[in-house]
Design a protein around this ligand. Sequence first.
Ligand SMILES: [Zn+2]
Length: 46
Amino acid sequence: MDFKPLPAVYLHSCPNCGGAIKAERLAAGLPCDFCLPRAKGVWGTS
Ligand SMILES: [Zn+2]
């Protein structure tokens, strides 16, 4: 067996909407899944 690190989710921490956001997104300086559903390196294509 190997332990999978649980994805830490911080509530009320999205810099954009103030909602729940994963710690990895916070660390990457990204908003939550709702604000930015597809953040796979494609940023600024609008
Ligand atoms: Zn958000």
